[in-house]
Design a protein around this ligand. Structure first.
Ligand SMILES: Cc1cc2nc3c(=O)[nH]c(=O)nc-3n(C[C@H](O)[C@H](O)[C@H](O)COP(=O)(O)OP(=O)(O)OC[C@H]3O[C@@H](n4cnc5c(N)ncnc54)[C@H](O)[C@@H]3O)c2cc1C
Length: 381
């Protein structure tokens, strides 16, 4: 077993941290308050090559393996304090670029991937509906084939990046009588008649990552806009979730490292009762707990990524990584706030935002309860 990054990966990691610290950290507190997306940061990430990490070179990507991608995203999350920007980039990569790469026709890949990779376009994945979340395939959205077109009707909610969507991969049921087997994925471009961004949504955390509801009313797309096969939505969603559950929290590992370092420094500097608070076992134990959670979270996420790099389908490990990293991130943010006392609760110290941002990770890409359901299901329960 080799637990170390190779020299090339280490050098890349350093370069990503430098880039993130220098280019992505301006005005995060203000942008969080105003719910502002960092367009400039998004484009800089595109230019640096973040959005193209796992994408083939012919479409402008760098064809990095999943481990190198995880290494880079962790470094990005360490250097960049804007967790909302990290989340928007990850949602774009795992739920629009990767499905296009694996299920798109050559024409679809050629048309969309270069723009998504460069940061010129924003990609969106629309599955969740007001009445179907965890039970995603019970969706009410419908598609119907009419000659050389599909007509889509339905509404989607909680859609990340939707405010700025250039391209939406929308799931709708083409053959409702077949249940989940009728669910299919369609590509809808901005400006398509019948497709509207119906309402911007406001969130507790990840406030710099835009979110909206989408409406499709007799929205017609050419048959060429089917992604994968008719009834192939399940396969696309499952593949996309496997990537997403492994990779989306890699940036959180970097954030957890940052929170740990900040908490250690504070525990050494802040004195009460004539000594640094880190000398009190109650505080030192919190630091140890944070470190253990971070190390365990890293191992579980790296293992899932390693299995995927071997060409395996690590359903169990991907669910475990999603579950454990998100729960640990929330626990570490709570400890970091407690270590910082009243200052941790204040906006300007940028610790309370970490907690608000972390909580959503227990919900998106399948809730913690759903990850446990998947893991227990593999034991026949
Ligand atoms: C920040 C954020 C970004 C998101 N981005 C997107 C996006 O880009 N695209 C998209 O399509 N969706 C997105 N979502 C939606 C997300 O996928 C759903 O919120 C999630 O799947 C849960 O669905 P729900 O909110 O309807 O909750 P529900 O499914 O109604 O669940 C409510 C509660 O019941 C529990 N529960 C449900 N079923 C079971 C069960 N069988 N066993 C045990 N407990 C159960 C859940 O765990 C939860 O605690 C996003 C959500 C968030 C918070």
């Amino acid at each position: 077993m080799d637990f170390s990054w190779n020299e090339e990966q280490q050098a890349f990691r350093r370069e990503v941290i430098r880039f993130a610290k220098e280019e992505l950290n301006s005005d995060v507190v203000e942008r969080d308050l105003k719910e502002e997306f960092d367009w400039e940061g998004w484009r800089k990430c595109g230019k640096f090559g973040i959005q193209g990490l796992p994408i083939s070179k012919e479409y402008g990507g760098s064809e990095a393996g999943i481990l190198t991608t995880v290494c880079a995203l962790e470094a990005l999350g360490y250097g960049c304090r804007d967790n909302g920007l990290m989340f928007s980039i990850n949602a774009h990569m795992w739920s629009s670029e990767v499905p296009l790469l694996h299920f798109g026709t050559p024409a679809q890949k050629e048309r969309y991937l270069p723009k998504l990779v460069s940061g010129e376009w924003v990609g969106v994945h629309a599955m969740t509906e007001p009445m179907s979340g965890s039970d995603a395939y019970s969706m009410r959205s419908r598609a119907e084939r009419k000659g050389d077109r599909y007509v889509i009707n339905g509404s989607k909610t909680f859609i990340t990046n939707a405010v700025y969507a250039d391209l939406v991969i929308v799931f709708a049921n083409l053959y409702p009588e077949k249940g989940a087997a009728g669910v299919s994925a369609f590509i809808v471009e901005k400006g398509t008649p019948g497709f509207t961004i119906s309402r911007k949504l406001h969130k507790m955390g990840l406030r710099t990552s835009p979110m909206a509801e989408l409406a499709f009313q007799d929205c017609e797309v050419p048959v060429e806009n089917l992604l994968g096969k008719e009834g192939g939505g399940q396969a696309i969603f499952t593949a996309s979730m496997e990537w997403e559950r492994i990779c989306i929290l890699a940036s959180h590992l970097g954030g957890m490292q940052r929170m740990l370092e900040t908490s250690v420094s504070y525990a050494k500097e802040r004195t009460q009762f004539g000594q640094p608070i880190g000398q009190f076992p109650a505080i030192a134990n919190k630091i140890a707990d944070m470190d253990v959670r971070l190390e365990t979270a890293r191992l579980i996420l790296y293992k899932a990524a390693w299995l995927k790099e071997q060409g395996r389908h690590p359903l169990r490990e991907a669910s475990m990584a999603k579950l454990y990293v998100s729960e640990s991130c929330v626990a570490n943010a709570l400890d970091a706030i407690q270590i910082h006392g009243g200052y941790g609760y204040m906006t300007e110290y940028q610790i309370e935002r970490e907690l608000r941002d972390a909580i959503s990770s227990k919900i998106y890409s399948g809730t913690s309860e759903i990850q446990k359901k998947i893991i227990a299901g593999l034991h026949g329960l």
